[in-house]
Design a protein around this ligand. Structure first.
Ligand code: DAH
Length: 342
């Protein structure tokens, strides 16, 4: 090798060392590189050791070049070492974990109580072959009243404190409005539930809002009987509220005959009598009855061929009873302190 070739080799070694240092991000590999280039068996040392083979003139040149390269490598090494030290101490500080600190509570998603009882109800009824249907919230007087055997000017209309829109439509006062719509759209036999919002012109207090949820149920086939209605609704309140004692009372609703109210034993006083059940020991939960023949006629179904029963649960009330909530407004307040308790 002539002197130019040796000098070129030294330059290459130096460049390679610099590139490797530049790519280093941790102290271990930095030491490794340092050993490779300046350690006992490094290439530069080997060149120095073989110097005795060369002419004095070449020896001088090569010796100087190796020394300069060594100085440059040493400098790069020291600089990088310092930089890595600073970087490491910074990241160590930011990673320090104090195991005695309390953990950060991760907020978990949960359903609104009304949604979760509604889902439970839907699951329960669909397991018995019921299907979920929907109707419009802004309804015609025909489906909300007339087709349910509640003609205009009939005093029974007063039971439902109705908002009237200028266009003549009404925000539905109950989900019973879905009954005739469904019977017109589907052929019997039918098993449907229709959950949804309803609106009434009420003064707002702990148990009344102008907007509330109901779930309507409708069962139609050739052999539907009152005992089917009783069996299904008794198992519904047992499933949803866990109550064992129930009773049916006669009641009047224009679209059913006979009409009934299903009561449960008061969940607050267990039948002893309290302010919630007005000392009766019972709470009314599901109005219901056998579909009135005139409603079938409105829907185009022959009442001597088909029978049916219907029920309408005031849904928010069920949620209040289930979770012992004494003010309906709390459920709609959006107050997380309240909702997080469920
Ligand atoms: N729609 C009635 C209301 O809101 C409740 C009701 C009563 C629904 C009897 C029914 C029923 O389906 O058969 O007051």
């Amino acid at each position: 090798m002539n002197s130019d070739e040796i000098l070129k080799k030294i330059e290459n070694v130096l460049n390679k060392a610099k590139t490797e240092f530049n790519q280093t991000i941790d102290e271990t590999s930095l030491e490794e590189i340092y050993k490779n280039y300046l350690g006992k068996n490094s290439l530069l040392n080997n060149i120095l050791h073989s110097m005795s083979n060369y002419e004095p003139e070449i020896r001088k040149k090569v010796g100087m070049s190796v020394n300069n390269a060594k100085i440059e490598i040493e400098e790069s090494y020291q600089n990088l070492k310092e930089k890595l030290k600073v970087a490491n101490s910074k990241s160590n500080n930011s990673l320090k974990i104090d195991l005695t600190l309390p953990g950060i509570k991760i907020e978990q998603f949960h359903q609104h109580p009304i949604t979760s009882v509604l889902n439970d109800t839907v699951e329960f009824f669909t397991s018995m072959g019921f299907e979920v249907v929907e109707g419009p919230e802004i309804e015609t007087a025909h489906y909300n009243f007339d087709a349910l055997n509640i003609p205009d000017n009939h005093p029974a209309r007063d039971i439902w404190d109705t908002f009237y829109l200028k266009c003549g439509l009404i925000p539905r006062t109950h989900t019973s409005s879905v009954q005739v719509r469904t019977m017109e759209a589907k052929k019997p036999p039918l098993r449907v539930i229709a959950p949804g919002r309803c609106y009434r012109y009420e003064s707002v207090d702990a148990t009344h809002l102008f907007m509330f949820n109901q779930v309507e149920g409708l069962f139609v086939d050739k052999t539907a009987k009152l005992s089917d209605l009783k069996g299904i609704l008794e198992s519904t309140v047992k499933h949803l509220l866990g109550v064992k004692k129930t009773r049916f009372r006669p009641a009047f609703y224009p679209f059913v005959e006979p009409g009934l109210d299903l009561d449960i034993e008061c969940v607050f006083c267990h039948g002893k009598g309290c302010s919630v059940c007005k000392s009766s020991g019972w709470i009314e939960v599901i109005p219901c009855g056998m579909v009135h023949p005139r409603v079938f006629e409105y829907a185009g179904i022959n009442p001597s061929e088909y029978k049916g029963f219907a029920f309408g649960m005031g849904f928010d009330r069920l949620v209040m009873l289930k979770y012992n909530v004494n003010d309906l407004r709390l459920l709609y307040s959006g107050n997380l302190d309240v909702l997080n308790q469920f």
